[in-house]
Design a protein around this ligand. Structure first.
Ligand code: PHE
Length: 342
């Protein structure tokens, strides 16, 4: 630079500021702004060059010149900072608009302000209410269960043919075939007996698993509700009465129940229970019976002193029945047009 006068320097600074200002205002993205910053405030910038010339000035002018350069730098930085805030806000706005998920989609269709529980959850909760109203407590057990709780303790020893009927899904944990996804809620009977002294009045709703192909009446993952009553002098009549009372209470008038002889290793005698719809047709709902003495013993309960009944049925099937749905798979495809009807 030829001239070393302060006036010249001021002129150069003004030019630089003007250029910087228009470049900053012209930048419309944060990336462009970063480049502009490099050009006007970075190492190779005009401002940095001007600064390096201060040494060539008259010593008496150096201080004022230095202050002028600093003032220019601060001015440019301030303009830059304001512009950056604006541009970054705009970019964020655009991004948020692009990423926005329309959560109102479902509720506006139906003009409802919010969703509701799934049919199975509704049935589950209603059943808990019905049974709690009858004096039962709600118990729980793990979904990954030991082979012992799921089978042996329920009077199904290792080579028992009943094991085949359960299409068990085993879990790789511990000894081979020692851990499984429970095939029914009945292992909660054992856990309840081991955890407390009789009398016991519990229900245990929960998820169960079987190696099944999905069809209108089967799913590989489904829900059962187990019931267990242990007290003195419990009879088959108590079992039948309990099932009838629950049927009426859950389904309302017009529905009734019946027991048909059946076989389960963990109950003796055993029965299947069906529910009759108001149109007269029957639906097989679950199994029940007087708890086998071997099962009571496995749970540490003396069969000479206590007697017990148990029942277990599919919650999902019950929901189908209540809502008049004819295909179990409908419950789990999660088609909103279907689900929001219930
Ligand atoms: N656990 C049986 C099943 O899943 C149902 C059942 C429960 C039968 C309790 C009798 C007593 O098929």
């Amino acid at each position: 630079m030829g001239t070393k006068s302060v006036d010249d320097l001021q002129r150069q600074l003004q030019e630089t500021e003007a250029l910087a200002t228009s470049a900053i205002e012209g930048a419309s993205t944060t990336a462009e702004l970063a480049a502009v910053k490099q050009d006007f405030l970075g190492k190779g910038s005009a401002l940095t060059k001007i600064q390096s010339q201060l040494g060539g000035l008259d010593p008496s002018d150096r201080k004022a010149a230095g202050q002028a350069v600093n003032a220019s730098r601060s001015g440019i930085e301030a303009i830059f900072g304001r512009r950056l805030t604006t541009v970054a806000d705009e970019e964020r706005g655009v991004q948020l608009a692009a990423e926005r998920i329309d959560l109102t989609e479902v509720s506006t269709v139906n003009d409802q302000p919010s969703g509701h529980a799934h049919i199975v959850t509704q049935a589950w909760e209603e059943l808990e209410d019905v049974f709690v109203g009858m004096g039962f407590r709600v118990a729980e057990g793990p979904e990954a269960e030991t082979d012992w709780h799921n089978f042996d303790a329920l009077n199904i020893p290792p080579d028992h043919p009943a094991r085949d009927g359960f299409d068990t899904i085993y879990v790789q944990h511990g000894e081979p075939r020692s851990t499984l996804l429970r095939t029914h809620t009945s292992p909660v009977q054992i856990r309840a007996m081991l955890a407390q002294e009789p009398p016991i009045y519990i229900i245990a709703p929960g998820r169960v698993f079987r190696q099944d192909t999905a069809d209108a009446t089967h799913m590989p993952v489904f829900h059962q509700l187990e019931g267990l009553v242990i007290d003195r002098n419990i009879s088959l009549a108590d079992l039948a009465g309990t099932i009838e009372a629950f049927t009426e209470s859950y389904f309302g008038a017009g529905f009734s129940s019946r027991l048909r002889p059946n076989h389960f290793p963990f109950t003796e005698p055993s029965a299947e229970f069906d529910i009759q719809r108001p149109d007269g047709s029957w639906l097989e709902l679950g199994g029940c019976g007087m708890v086998h003495p071997n099962v009571l013993r496995a749970g540490g309960v003396d069969p000479e002193e206590w007697s017990a009944f148990a029942f277990g049925f599919g919650i999902d099937r019950l929901a189908l029945l209540k809502f008049g749905i004819d295909d179990l798979r409908e419950l789990f495809t999660n088609d909103m047009r279907f689900l929001q009807q219930f």
